[in-house]
Design a protein around this ligand. Structure first.
Ligand code: FMN
Length: 177
């Protein structure tokens, strides 16, 4: 499979980046081809709603989204590896998702798989509900099938996820594909 992994954190050695690394390790060991796009380190303009693309065409902006665009279209699977910011997807990743608009016609109702690897500081599982609802609603809309979710709670400082078994869950998810 061709797998596109989007990361959302501005912390290079943070928790969600480590889950992404472990997922990629498992997936590559199984022979899958992975393309990683670190949203927080790319120049991607927020969608301006000019509608020039008509949800299926060239975008007004010629920025780093162009790098991701063909990989998203070709991907058999898309993975979102991200921290939670104020009960939601951080702006760094959301502005990339909003740019899906220009390729909506090419990615919606395609038989893609997806996964979510998320990290947050609170220890209550309930706090993850809004972000999980967002993810599931988006996957339902796109017609993609979620094949796994690693919901890593109770991790605050960069790297603290290494002391939990969530990295192993992410690795096994990649390995199971
Ligand atoms: C701007 C910001 C907002 C955050 N909002 C939340 C939140 O709503 N709930 C929570 O439990 N943790 C919150 N956190 C903590 C992060 O989700 C947590 O530290 C996470 O493990 C960071 O992942 P990373 O290391 O991949 O960046 C927030 C952190 C930042 C910087």
């Amino acid at each position: 499979m061709k797998i596109a992994v989007l990361t959302g954190s501005p912390r290079k050695n943070g928790n969600s980046a480590y889950l992404a690394e472990q997922f990629i390790k498992g997936a590559e060991e199984k022979g899958h081809e992975v393309f990683r796009f670190d949203c927080a380190f790319k120049q991607v303009e927020p969608c301006r709603a000019c509608n020039r693309c008509g949800m299926n065409g060239p975008c007004l902006f010629n920025d780093d989204f162009q790098e991701l665009r063909p990989h998203l279209i070709d991907a058999d699977m898309v993975v979102f590896a991200t921290p939670m910011y104020y009960f939601s997807i951080p702006a760094q990743m959301k502005r990339v998702i909003d740019r899906f608009y220009a390729i909506n016609g090419q990615i919606k109702d395609t038989p893609k798989k997806s996964a979510l690897l998320m990290t947050y500081a609170d220890t209550s599982r309930k706090e993850a509900d809004p972000m999980l609802a967002h993810y599931h609603t988006l996957m339902d809309y796109l017609g993609w099938t979620s094949v796994g979710e690693v919901v890593a709670s109770g991790v605050w400082t960069a790297g603290s996820v290494r002391n939990t078994d969530y990295p192993q869950q992410a690795y096994l998810l990649g390995k199971s594909l």
